[in-house]
Design a protein around this ligand. Structure first.
Ligand code: GDP
Ligand code: IMO
Ligand code: MG
Length: 426
């Protein structure tokens, strides 16, 4: 009986899609446990490039059951479009299972996401405008509509009428927008209900029964530790819990089911949207990493901010997620540097910190990274097939990160394709 959690250790886009896809080969279920279509995972298999937002990254394997868990917020129109796209690429999506407990993203959530960002002006979060925050807010306020509500249109309409009264008042009176009509939304969602029906089930029960038969589960987080609602750089975060704790509440598994927690860690750091980022680069090195690493968002196409590797963030992710190992990605992107910088600690108010100071919120804005400089390898590593094939300086870079993080690095990714992954014995 085993369940593995995969979690991003930075601000998202660490390469979770690639790692999940690779490891999905060894499991029976791949479960998305939080977030929604704010996520964007690019997976490359042979000549096929998949861009996934909601569908779990194990969908390519015929023996894997992809599951959208209880903790996800789901935009049905977007999901159906994604499923149609996958079918057009020849992928069988019929095994997909969706939890009836997942919350529905509604048209007013998308609208609220857009208008509140506009109203925040300079203080905006830079959200993906997919309605994620407003949907989770309604979930917490207990006025959300869930996937299971789609299957009793009378209840659906009752709940919708109640919530829309308040939403329309806010949209028209506060934000000067047009009101939305319940009947239009009902008609639209009734069509989604019919198409989604074959996929809906009690996913928590499905997973437990599978595990009782000896089957294995991979829990795939979206976003990353520093975007976690409770543990990230609040308020510049997403509205769910990407950390490993969120994998339990978002799937219905318990702590004793978990056998390992794999941190997906980029060999440098990126961030999309606003918020603090201590090792951010504003120079030619940053531009070079962004260019070679194609650092543009899969979901919004926005340029990602880029910075050197940050061991303070990595240690924090190690603790908050209980990481057992790391999957290091995009090492190949750093191949063309004479030297590489790595942040080993922060300087804050004249003191040195290997872990975030107590006043995390202020400290992360005001800390200066203390860098170490390591020699580069100046050699293409994308063809390497084994750890031993790597140039010595590339090995030294990886070993150094491992030492700084104090959690073993088991996989090293040297390109976007499945086969461009080196496994180490740890
Ligand atoms: P996710 O959101 O964590 O799944 O990451 P994204 O898919 O948004 O962004 C990671 C990008 O890097 C994708 O385009 C991947 O195809 C690509 N990628 C993943 N691993 C590697 C790697 O080791 N090297 C290179 N060059 N690209 C990678
Ligand atoms: P994956 O799964 C990177 C960021 C947004 C914004 C903040 C809040 O591909 O790693 P939201 O729309 O969630 O309310 O926006 O979170 N963000 C991501 N950044 N990768 C993601 O997902 C992200 N999902 C949300 O840019 O700063
Ligand atoms: Mg992404």
């Amino acid at each position: 009986m085993s369940a593995i959690i995969i979690v991003g250790t930075q601000w998202g886009d660490e390469g979770k899609g690639k790692a999940t896809d690779l490891l999905a080969d060894q499991v029976d279920y791949v479960v998305r446990y939080q977030g929604g279509n704010n996520a964007g995972h690019t997976i490359i298999v042979g000549d096929t490039t998949l861009k996934l937002h909601l569908v779990p990254s194990g969908v390519m394997y015929p023996d894997v059951t992809p599951v959208i868990g209880d903790g996800v917020v789901l935009d049905p129109g977007v999901l159906l479009e994604e499923l149609d796209g996958l079918v057009a690429q020849g992928i069988d999506v019929s095994r997909l299972k969706i939890s009836g407990n997942a919350h529905l993203i509604m048209p007013y959530h998308r609208e609220m996401d857009a208008v509140t960002e506009r109203y925040l002006g300079k203080q905006k979060l830079g959200t993906t405008k997919r309605g994620i925050g407003p949907t989770y807010a309604d979930k917490a306020a207990r006025v959300g509509l869930r996937v299971q509500d789609l299957y009793d249109m009378k209840i659906f309409r009752q709940k919708l009428d109640a919530v829309l009264r308040e939403k329309n008042a806010i949209l028209t009176r506060v934000y000067n927008r047009l009101p939305m009509k319940a009947a239009d939304i009902e008609t639209e969602y009734a069509v989604y209900a019919e198409r989604l029906q074959p996929y809906i089930c009690n996913t928590m029960q499905l997973l437990h029964e599978g595990m009782e038969r000896g089957e294995t589960v991979l829990l795939e987080g979206a976003q990353g530790t520093m975007l976690d609602l409770d543990h990230g750089t609040y308020p510049f975060v997403t509205s769910s819990n990407p950390v490993s704790g969120g994998a339990l509440s978002g799937s219905g598994l318990g702590p004793k089911d978990i056998t390992s927690v794999i941190g997906i860690t980029k060999a440098y750091v990126t961030r999309v949207g606003t918020g603090p980022f201590p090792t951010e680069l504003f120079d030619a090195d940053g531009e070079k990493i962004a260019r070679i690493g194609h650092e543009f968002g899969t979901t919004t196409g926005r340029a990602r901010r880029v910075g050197w590797f940050d061991a303070v963030v990595a240690r924090y992710a190690g603790r908050v997620n209980g990481l057992t190992e790391h999957f290091l990605t995009k090492l190949d992107v750093l191949s063309d540097f004479e030297t590489l910088k790595v942040c080993r600690a922060y300087e804050y108010q004249g003191e040195e910190y290997e872990h975030f100071p107590d006043d995390f919120q202020t400290a992360i804005h005001k800390s200066t990274p203390i860098y170490e400089e390591l020699p580069g390898w100046k050699e293409d590593i994308t063809h390497c097939e084994r750890w031993d094939d790597l140039p010595d300086n590339a090995k030294r870079y990886v070993e150094h990160l491992e030492q700084l993080m104090d959690v073993p690095i088991r996989w090293v990714s040297v390109g976007p394709a499945r086969r461009q992954t080196l496994e180490r014995t740890i």
